[in-house]
Design a protein around this ligand. Structure first.
Ligand SMILES: Nc1ncnc2c1ncn2[C@@H]1O[C@H](COP(=O)(O)OP(=O)(O)O)[C@@H](O)[C@H]1O
Ligand SMILES: [Mg+2]
Length: 284
């Protein structure tokens, strides 16, 4: 299978002025395949947002190439096709809402590309349905909660029918309830076949993905399944990252009760293990 996004020896630096450049990404090679659910983690300033913006041509590399469906992001004739294939959702829901009524906001991008009215209506209905915001379609977005606003922003991206959506810390401004709502939408979209890339500093959120990429100082330092990545507690700590809190708790219990599994990364696994333990299944 061909990758949907391929980075080949990509380096990127920000130009501060004529003389000064800040080198951010260093020789990154990476392939993202259709249908993947990828989390990108790394501490502040490691280059995650810069990397995200290279994935759909908002930024282009100084060295190396980024290919989206075989189109080079440096090819200005392909910019529109690339932006359409890879949508982006950012951190602040307020900065992404442009209209005064929810359904108009979701339709905004479609209007810009001249989608016919009937088709537009259909796509807005479907997108609002996926993010479970249909009952709010006639409301003004500024009355919504953070999680609801973010879901409206997602619907706007979804209506453009991208093959891949990149979420750059899209849950970081939300409370835990809003975050769960948005993660649920990500999972649902992935189940529908969409490629999902999410930048997050919540390890429980990264654990939901099928693959985690760890970025440190502009380089990829780990790439594997959540279960593989979270086995490397010490390496992660050295990168100022943690394992999910349920993994930490399981580890503490495991030290006292060796039969209690330490191989736990999800809340539901932890609860299951505790239930089994308390019912005498483990350790008896
Ligand atoms: N527009 C910019 N101009 C100059 N430097 C920037 C700009 N954006 C980010 N940087 C610098 O690039 C580095 C990586 O930033 P970023 O990609 O935002 O990291 P992350 O998203 O992992 O926090 C940081 O040192 C940051 O200060
Ligand atoms: Mg960032």
């Amino acid at each position: 299978m061909d990758p949907i996004i391929r980075l080949e020896n990509v380096s990127f630096s920000y130009k501060i002025n004529e003389k000064t450049k800040v080198s951010v990404l260093k020789n990154i090679s990476l392939s993202i395949f259709p249908g993947e659910y990828v989390a990108i983690i790394g501490h502040n300033g490691s280059g995650k947002s810069t990397l995200s913006k290279l994935l759909n041509g908002i930024l282009t590399p100084d060295h190396g190439e980024v290919w989206v469906h075989g189109h080079n992001t440096k090819d200005t004739n392909k910019k529109r096709a690339i932006r359409q294939a890879v949508g982006m959702v950012f951190q602040h829901p307020d900065n992404q809402i442009v209209a005064t009524i929810v359904e108009e906001d979701v339709a905004f991008g479609l209007e810009n590309i001249g989608v016919p009215r009937e088709e537009m209506k259909k796509r807005v209905d479907e997108a609002l349905n996926v993010v479970k915001m249909s009952p709010f379609r006639h409301r003004p977005p500024h009355h919504l909660s953070g999680g609801q606003k973010q879901r409206v922003a997602i619907a706007g991206v979804l209506a453009m029918q991208p093959e891949c959506i990149v979420f750059d810390e899209a849950t970081s401004m939300l409370d835990s309830f809003g975050r769960k709502e948005v993660i649920q939408v990500m999972r649902q979209m992935n189940n529908m076949g969409m490629t999902i890339i999410t930048v997050t500093h919540h390890m429980s959120e990264a654990a939901e993905a099928g693959r985690i990429i760890v970025v440190e100082d502009g380089e990829i330092v780990m790439d594997g399944t959540p279960r593989e990545i979270f086995k490397h507690k010490q390496e992660l700590e050295a990168l100022k990252l943690e394992v999910p809190s349920v993994s930490q708790m399981a580890e503490v219990i495991h030290r006292q009760f060796a039969d209690f599994s330490r191989d736990i990364i999800h809340e539901h696994e932890f609860i299951g293990e505790v239930e089994e333990f308390l019912s005498g299944g483990v350790g008896s």
